[in-house]
Design a protein around this ligand. Structure first.
Ligand SMILES: [Cu+2]
Length: 147
């Protein structure tokens, strides 16, 4: 699936405009007008600080609109992107893309559950299958550890 993302919407500084949920292997296409680019940031710290050290350009650094990136890795992984032009990143032109699964979940339902933290979104996979009680004897051994 290709998700087309308006790459200048983050200037609104509305937090929800700076986040996106995708399925593993989805492609995100950044679209814009004017002079912008797309960099994948090293990590969340770099993303929050608009620090481009260790970042990698997606496409050419002054590509015209239409840069595409396949988002692929484990569930719950967050990929961070920002524009390196001028102070655009500080102005809100940034995007955190979270992978929420491989395609079997309803993306709209999950949307309601994420967005408040960077917690692993794998929690949303928990369903009604919790009726099986943990084994009592063996679990004592396992938790005996280092406490
Ligand atoms: Cu920009």
């Amino acid at each position: 699936m290709i998700t087309v993302f308006n790459w200048t919407i983050g200037f609104s500084e509305v937090e929800e405009h700076q986040k996106l949920l995708v399925l593993d292997g989805d492609m995100v296409e950044f679209l814009w007008k004017g002079i912008h680019n797309v960099y994948q940031m090293k990590d969340k710290t770099a993303f929050d600080a608009c620090d481009f050290v260790g970042s990698k350009p997606v496409g050419k650094t002054f590509e015209t609109s239409g840069v595409r990136q396949v988002i692929k890795s484990a569930d719950g992984t967050i990929h961070y992107f920002a524009c390196k032009v001028g102070s655009h990143c500080f102005g809100g032109q940034e995007l955190a893309i979270t992978i929420i699964g491989t395609g079997e979940q309803d993306i709209r339902e999950v949307n309601a559950l994420v967005g408040t933290s960077d917690q692993d979104t794998r929690d949303v996979n928990v369903d009604s299958d919790q009726s099986s009680a943990p084994p009592t004897k063996d679990s004592d051994k396992m938790s005996a550890g280092t406490r």
